[in-house]
Design a protein around this ligand. Structure first.
Ligand code: ADP
Ligand code: F6P
Length: 333
């Protein structure tokens, strides 16, 4: 188990840490920030909040954080530190500047809350002598080393509730509805909603075969046996929901509407799971820094919180569960 790996770069005693959120925001990021700040204080470390991800790092946009600065945020969506995508950080110069700024401000260690892209930035800082730990924060669940990412649980519940509502109106009008959910290239939100909402079809990039005729045949068949609606949960990566709706309506004669749920999936008060797991991951990240670890990603795997080397984590692959995928099909008859 990766947890037993000894610190590779237990180079120095950490006194001050930085924390930033990067990439798309996710409900639970605030709980993670709170976990970082309060654990650091309990461990005798100082904390600097870095606003707007790597953009804020390069602008030295820091705020000193104490226990009170993370009061009343565990229940809030978004991130109090703001977030950004920072093109400059892809460059060697940007990464050198980031490490230089950390050292100039006495930041010996940094917690980066974000996805795989953000972890590459963390790895660049670790390579330049700033001890860095990644915390998986993305609604997409698309980080291979972990079975949980901050925000997925809230996002998938938000999407599920929205799809329930669309289903009501689809049934009343005896329509087909194509509901597009987020996930960038990953189909986890779509598959989970497909199961939780009892959808007739789920389209995900991981298994999509572009055979619209199969869907059309299925709609015609299901109408014959008396189904009053036909719900298709479509993953963002497959896309083209509007075009698909037009083609399906033309081929089946069944009125069809496309609904793109969009950014409401990224907001809102985090679920209990997101609050608890995000708190634990933020806290573990600081424990790791305090123990001299660097270049690690916190993860949840096989029922426990653990951590992996960033390089190892970035090279891992994960796929959707074949069992869940097949089961969805069986249950949607
Ligand atoms: P996520 O962290 O959710 O995967 P992005 O891929 O957009 O989101 O990455 C967030 C930010 O992390 C980028 O805007 C950039 O500043 C930084 N980043 C991404 N990839 C790299 C990389 N290869 N090297 C250094 N920094 C990176
Ligand atoms: O990574 C989270 C996510 O919400 C993806 O599901 C989506 O593809 C992307 O971010 C949208 O990004 P933006 O908010 O920049 O439009």
């Amino acid at each position: 188990m990766a947890k037993s790996v000894k610190p590779k770069e237990a180079t120095k005693e950490i006194k001050t840490i930085g924390v930033l959120s990067s990439g798309g925001d996710a409900p639970g990021m605030n709980a993670a920030i709170r976990g970082v700040v309060r654990t650091a204080i309990a461990s005798g470390l100082k904390v600097k909040g870095i606003r707007r991800g790597y953009t804020g790092l390069l602008e030295s946009d820091f705020v000193d954080m104490d226990a009170k600065s993370v009061s009343d945020i565990i229940q809030k969506g978004g991130t109090i530190l703001y977030t950004a995508r920072c093109p400059e950080f892809y460059t060697q110069e940007g990464q050198d500047k980031g490490a230089y700024i950390c050292k100039k401000h006495g930041i010996d260690g940094i917690v980066v809350i974000g996805g795989d892209g953000s972890f590459k930035g963390a790895r660049a800082l670790a390579e330049r002598g700033v001890n860095a730990i990644g915390v998986p924060g993305t609604i997409d669940l698309d980080i291979a080393c972990t079975e949980y990412t901050i925000g997925f649980d809230t996002a998938v519940n938000t999407a599920m509730e929205a799809i329930d509502k669309v289903r009501d109106t689809s049934t009343s009008h005896e329509r087909c509805s194509i509901i597009e959910v987020m996930g960038r290239h990953a189909g986890y939100i779509a598959l989970w909603c497909g199961i939780a909402n009892g959808a007739e079809d789920v389209l995900i990039t991981e298994r999509y075969d572009h055979d619209e005729q199969r869907i059309i045949n299925s709609i015609i068949e299901k109408r014959k046996i008396g189904k009053k609606h036909y719900i298709i949960v479509n993953a963002e990566g497959v896309g083209d929901s509007e075009g698909m709706a037009k083609r399906i309506e033309a081929a089946t004669g069944m009125e069809t509407r496309a609904t793109i749920i969009g950014h409401i999936q990224r907001g809102g008060s985090p679920t209990c799971k997101d609050r608890v797991y995000a708190s634990a991951m933020g806290s573990l990240a600081v424990d790791l820094l305090a123990q001299g670890y660097s270049n690690r990603v916190v993860a949840y795997k096989n029922g426990e919180f653990t951590h992996f080397d960033i390089e190892e984590a970035l090279n891992m692959k994960k796929d959707i569960s074949e069992f869940l995928f097949d089961m969805q099909k069986k249950l949607s008859r």
